[in-house]
Design a protein around this ligand. Sequence first.
Ligand SMILES: [Cu+2]
Length: 183
Amino acid sequence: MKKTSLFFACISLFLFRCGESVTNSAIISEPIICAQAGVSASSARIVLATYTSSSDDDAVIDIRTVPEAMRFDVTAFTVKAGQQVTINVINTDSQKHNFVLGKIGSLNKIGAAADALAMSNNGAEMEYIPTSSEIIKASSLLNAEEEFTITLTAPMVPGDYPYMCTFPGHWRIMNGMMKVVTE
Ligand SMILES: [Cu+2]
């Protein structure tokens, strides 16, 4: 098959998958995920956001790092306020990454603290996770193929809660949003 046909086949498959209806209580934000189609297809690797629900009350989200792309494959997901949330962070990249979830509007604040930590002597020792009251949950610094599970009760205050990788230089593009909604 020619490269161009393969490319369009990938795009078609991707759009088809994005068009599937999602009926679970917590949903992946589809428009944002679909917007990644160009990036995924051009590297000839289709990256699909995954979401599985272990019960009606829990949300389980798998978030993988995209190899050599300095980004997470899930850039937004939605949960209900007060819902039990499990986030499985899977580092499928060869480079180290972490996962830090922050309070509403905290992306730049945590990012600035991460930048400062990167310049200090103990960044590596602290796994590049800055000390900040803006951080809700954080993984350890994950090696290649390493996984880390974060569990939390979704905040009761609806809004957009950013997550990011605070490894030096990553947070500005390696980030996403946990959207908390009330019914
Ligand atoms: Cu990273």
